[in-house]
Ligand binder design. Sequence first.
Ligand code: AMP
Ligand code: GLY
Length: 425
Amino acid sequence: MDKISVLLIGGGGREHAMAHALSRSPMLATLYNNSANPGIAEYAHAVALNEKHHADVVAFCAAHDIGLVIIGPEAPLVDGLADSLRTAGVPVFGPSQAAAQLEGSKAFTKALCDEAGIPTAAYGRFADKTAALAYVAHHGTPIVVKANGLAAGKGVTVAMDVAQANAAIEDCFAGAFGAAGAEVVIEAFLDGEEASFFALCDGENVVALTSAQDHKRAFDGDQGPNTGGMGAYSPAPCLTPALQMETMERIILPTVRTMQARGTPYVGVLYAGLMLTQTGVQLIEYNCRFGDPETQVILPRLKSDFLELALQTASGGLKNAAVQWHDTHTLCVVYAAQGYPGTVKKGTVIQDVDVANSFENCKIYHAGTVLNDAEQLVANGGRVLCSVGSGASLARAQYAAYTGIAAINWPEGFYRSDIGWRALT
Ligand code: AMP
Ligand code: GLY
């Protein structure tokens, strides 16, 4: 088997979990990563590469004989990094700029759903404030107002009354989300349980991965502000095999076929945010990359070689790919800096991560940490650590994850104490 060197773009908990999975592959020669994440540094050579400078990334790949680039976050995908690399002949795990529109523009995805007959909430699309306000007045509440573009997870308002919906519209058109809010999508409120589903696509062939559920609110009981995700677990019990089949047939496959027919094939992982409603599975949104923290619970369950799958995805080779999973459940708890998702203090010292990592069935991924001048591990972001527990049941995975959290000594951090409640009660 030929070994290949890999460049992994991104420096969060998701990329730490990816680096860990790649390190288990017998196909891996050398792993490079463009971050200062001390967790990733255990598996990768840190390189000072700005992902916004495409020519530098392309030159690095040529100089280091990179056989695959894996792009973790959405911003470089929406920015066209995958296109620059493919043009230079470098295989990439991650969609082109045109295909990343599935995450980069809500209006794009809604139009694709119309074209392909994919079940999703009824909607209107507005570049004009007066028309948007009139739509809300006509349809009433609850209703959902969304900035069209990437707004770092903050552009969505689920409005329970008209005043709230109107305020969200005013905010968007007043520039609260910059260019992302220049257009607004307003859609019907979907009632049900939310779950996520992931599939690999090589442009033509699709392989189903698995499901997960995350907790987006900051505080226990799903209260408080929306965050990037405070915890997750996989698989999601509510997404039964029948519902997964429905998701593939009615949502994922029509999307991939439509993208291919348009001449903008989708290559990478397609992450579907779903609502399980009384009338079937509906698409809430697409992401064009793995989830964070969903990746931290998905990849530890993967028995197949992640590098091999990523390479097959990048090179049109998924036709005969088979994905195998360990027979385990995983659950992760995010340890965030106090104040997240608002302003947080950086530089607070974190101790005993090694103690947590020494427990069987527990792994700590670094999301926002750095080593200070005294070589101490310190917080360097909002979401800082992610404790992943695994076990034969979800309850055991939850226990293992919280045992890891309890071992860590970080007075300036906070976490939710009820990750998994929906599936466990
Ligand atoms: P998004 O950024 O599109 O994932 O939206 C963030 C969150 O808003 C989702 O995870 C849902 O909880 C909620 N949401 C978005 N669209 C709808 C909808 N049409 N009906 C109900 N909730 C929604
Ligand atoms: N956890 C949500 C996301 O990655 O978008």
